[in-house]
Design a protein around this ligand. Structure first.
Ligand SMILES: CC(C)(COP(=O)(O)OP(=O)(O)OC[C@H]1O[C@@H](n2cnc3c(N)ncnc32)[C@H](O)[C@@H]1OP(=O)(O)O)[C@@H](O)C(=O)NCCC(=O)NCCS
Length: 165
């Protein structure tokens, strides 16, 4: 399996349905525009038999780190850090859920952010989880920010160790 940048000429954005309208609309309307402005990058996993069909997607960008919402130990360690990598969106089409594609997309997103961090250095990877998906991210080692139950983080150091295994 391989993820590729969203290509509006090739991929059937309108057929994608993950059950969350905001995530469907982002893919249909915003993802390509935002990439054109260098604000975000969206990668899709194609169905190998029908490459125009999108199994799932994720969107990457950067975000500010709110130090106060981190555990004390991490606040001290990262007091000079400004930004973290952000998995802004991640979704799997309803037709393909519970078959391991969400996990594959998350690991793929983490690999890309780890590579990016080697070039521009940031200490945290953050995710904005939709309600109902928090446990999905916790399963992979993410921790919720204090007072922000739907926003979670994992350190790049932890990702580096996990991906090396
Ligand atoms: C959440 C989502 C990405 C999961 O995708 P998926 O392809 O069904 O996930 P996988 O099949 O790879 O599941 C991997 C593991 O996570 C678990 N899991 C899947 N969805 C979960 C959820 N919502 N909560 C808790 N655990 C979940 C699976 O049981 C599986 O565990 P196992 O290996 O022990 O069996 C998908 O359901 C989705 O797109 N939902 C709608 C949009 C959304 O909420 N996006 C996420 C936040 S922006």
């Amino acid at each position: 399996m391989i993820s590729v940048p969203l290509d509006k000429k090739k991929h059937e954005r309108n057929r994608f349905d993950c059950g969350v309208e905001a995530l469907n609309n982002y893919l249909r309307v915003m993802a390509n525009q935002q990439s054109g402005k260098d604000n975000t990058r969206t990668f899709v996993l194609e169905d190998e038999a029908h490459p125009e069909v999108i199994i799932g997607y994720y969107t990457l960008t950067m975000t500010a780190i709110v130090l106060d919402a981190l555990p004390t130990k991490l606040q001290q360690k990262h007091q000079n850090a400004g930004a973290g990598g952000l998995i802004a969106r991640l979704a799997v089409d309803k037709r393909y859920v519970r078959r391991g594609f969400g996990e594959w997309l998350l690991i793929d997103a983490l690999k890309k952010l780890l590579t990016a961090s080697e070039l521009v250095a940031f200490p945290l990877i953050i995710v904005d989880a939709k309600e109902g998906a928090v446990a999905f991210y916790e399963k992979f080692g993410f921790t919720a920010f204090l007072n922000q139950p739907n926003k979670l983080f994992i350190t790049v150091a932890n990702v580096r160790v996990s991906l090396a295994k």
